[in-house]
Design a protein around this ligand. Structure first.
Ligand code: PMP
Length: 433
């Protein structure tokens, strides 16, 4: 059945009836029909190694996650105004991974909804609506989320920062405004400048939001000490701190379960998305009891699908699988192995200017001798890797970062295969593109 409709027909229909702003991956798009673990299969039965999908966190179509969803779906699926143990079970699993300060949860259906709710909480808890966020940050597709996402409003079709959004420079120690290991204080100073700008207008900061590794920015690791300093600046002014863990959370960092823990801070609000549903639309907001108390100001928060028994059965099972299969430890071990191998490759090919990231959330930045971005070469590499059956994505403001964020069951053998083909393609003559 899967081969009945040609890809050309699917594309032609999409062009006519689906929104033009929806994009497709690759110059020749692929139709995937099956997933298993770290692999995907197209309609011709060709197998691909997936280094892109950090949503299929514990592996595509993980059997026990599929079963958890199927079994609950056959029993009942209702909204969360009825009692059901699944929502409590998911809450318990999730709270066991978070510091005790973050003890209240709201369940929603997407990362965008999670950040949208987080900003509503900020407004209710602080009475302020001014947000400080990073350059090239992305926090979701809703109106409010776009308003705080420089990745969008500073890009094509965007109209720059709205009045209540205050952007500080991308804290990129490799190629950013301040470079090197000692740049954290300077970037924290930039956060302070934004705070002063807000105060000069007679207002105050509501919140500071950032990812612990800035994904759309090109897998930018925050300079050591930056987050702690930035949190202090914002909190002294009465603002809240939000950690967007939609991409990096649930054990992917390896060393820690959550990204903020790498920086020895505890946020007031944590937003959780993609991995927790393993592909099913499930997301969450964790916050302190103080924030939750102020948010409950009398206006009900109702969400038709958020926290339904099927989603919760799936989410609870995902977290159990992470524990049972020791995927956090696995991400640490494979991530460290891969970084060592990629750095060897960087020593052989200076076009690789930087290898960075944590656990199974890595980035490879391609630059020329003058440390200028090489977007076309990055695109060439990703497309050639696809021809070898390995899916990779590219990102960053200059489109010159290859991202590695595979399902967490990605093995050492997979890592070796990835490096083998990267080495093979890097030896091709493509510098003059
Ligand atoms: N935050 C971050 C960091 C993201 O990467 C994304 C999605 N790419 C979102 C929020 C929004 O999540 P969703 O697409 O599930 O709404």
């Amino acid at each position: 059945k899967d081969t009945e409709v040609s890809n050309a027909d699917i594309i032609a229909y999409r062009k006519q009836h689906l929104g033009k702003s929806l994009s497709l991956q690759y110059k020749v798009p692929i139709k995937m029909v099956r997933g298993a673990g770290q692999y995907l299969m197209d309609q011709y039965g060709r197998k691909y190694l997936d280094t892109v999908n950090n949503v299929a966190h514990v592996g595509h179509e993980h059997p026990s996650v599929v079963t958890a969803g199927q079994e609950q779906m056959a029993l009942i699926n209702t909204n969360s105004r009825y009692l059901h143990e699944n929502i409590n079970e998911l809450a318990k699993e999730l709270l066991a991974t978070l510091p005790p300060e973050l003890s209240v949860l709201h369940f929603v259906n997407s990362g965008s909804e999670a950040n949208e709710l987080a900003i509503r909480m900020v407004k209710a808890a602080t009475g302020q609506r001014d947000i400080i966020a990073s350059e090239v940050g992305y926090h979701g597709n809703s109106n409010m989320c776009i308003d705080i996402s420089s990745y969008k409003f500073d890009g094509k079709g965007g109209q720059g920062a709205p009045e209540h959004t205050h952007i500080f420079p991308l804290p990129d120690a490799f190629r950013g405004k301040y470079r090197g290991n000692n740049s954290s204080g300077k970037y924290a100073g930039e956060v302070k400048k934004q705070l002063e700008k807000i105060c000069a207008k007679g207002r105050n900061v509501g919140a500071f939001i950032i990812e612990p590794i800035i994904s759309c920015g090109g897998q930018i690791e925050l300079p050591e000490g930056f987050l702690k300093e930035a949190y202090q600046i914002v909190r002294e002014a009465g603002g809240l701190c939000i950690s967007d863990e939609v991409q990096v959370g649930c054990g992917r960092m390896g060393k820690t379960f959550w990204g903020f823990q790498l920086h020895d801070v505890v946020p007031d609000i944590v937003t959780i998305g993609k991995p927790i549903g393993n592909g099913h639309p499930l997301a969450a907001v964790a916050c302190t009891p103080e924030v939750a108390e102020k948010f409950a100001n009398g206006m009900e928060y109702f969400n038709t699908f958020g926290g339904n028994p099927v989603s919760c059965a799936i989410g609870a099972e995902v977290l159990k699988v992470v524990k049972r299969e020791k995927l956090q430890e696995h991400a640490y071990r494979i991530g460290e192995f891969l970084k060592v191998e990629l750095r060897k490759l960087a020593a052989e090919y200076p076009i690789i200017g930087d290898v960075r990231g944590q656990g199974l959330f890595l980035g490879i930045e391609l630059v020329n001798d003058a440390v200028e971005p090489l977007a076309e070469q990055t695109d060439y590499l990703a497309n050639r890797m696809k021809e070898h059956g390995i899916l990779m994505s590219t990102d960053g403001p200059d489109h010159n970062v290859l991202k590695i964020k595979p399902p967490m069951v990605f093995t050492q053998e997979n890592a070796e295969e990835l490096v083998y083909y990267l080495r093979k393609i890097l030896a091709e003559d493509f510098m003059k593109l």
